[in-house]
Design a protein around this ligand. Structure first.
Ligand SMILES: [Zn+2]
Length: 137
């Protein structure tokens, strides 16, 4: 016996809501395969989409500009990174060689965390912005 049947509830991925949501089964393809479902949130009827194949998102660890998380502001990221940072801040100087994870104390931008090295420059996450700074001169 299949646990699925028309009229029953199932979690399906909704292409309109872009979420895995509760749907009502509208029709079955065969006794074990769900055909169409109706989204209880937006009321759209569409083919059943297994949420486990649609909602997996690769969480990027990259915080360099362009790869910035859309759900977090720079300020949120900064707060998180400062909380994780170890050691003492290094006063920023173009003569110092920084590496990813270093805490930087910049006289104009304040405290920042080196996110990575791009083309020989450091990408530093400050409280309000991400800056590219020269180092290792
Ligand atoms: Zn929907």
């Amino acid at each position: 016996m299949s646990k699925y049947a028309a009229g029953k509830e199932v979690i399906s991925y909704c292409g309109k809501c872009k979420l895995a949501l509760s749907h009502t089964i509208v029709s079955m393809k065969d006794p074990s395969t769900i055909g169409k479902v109706e989204c209880r949130t937006c009321k759209a009827t569409h083919a059943y989409k297994d949420p486990s194949t649609k909602t997996k998102k690769v969480k990027s660890r990259s915080m360099i500009p362009g790869g910035k998380s859309k759900s977090m502001s720079v300020n949120d990221l900064w707060t998180e990174e400062i909380g994780k940072a170890q050691g003492k801040p290094i006063t920023y100087s173009i003569r110092h060689t920084f590496s990813a994870g270093d805490m930087v104390d910049h006289k104009s931008f304040g405290l920042g965390i080196v996110q990575g090295i791009v083309d020989g420059k450091i990408e530093v996450l400050f409280q309000h912005d991400i800056k590219t700074l020269v180092h290792d001169k």
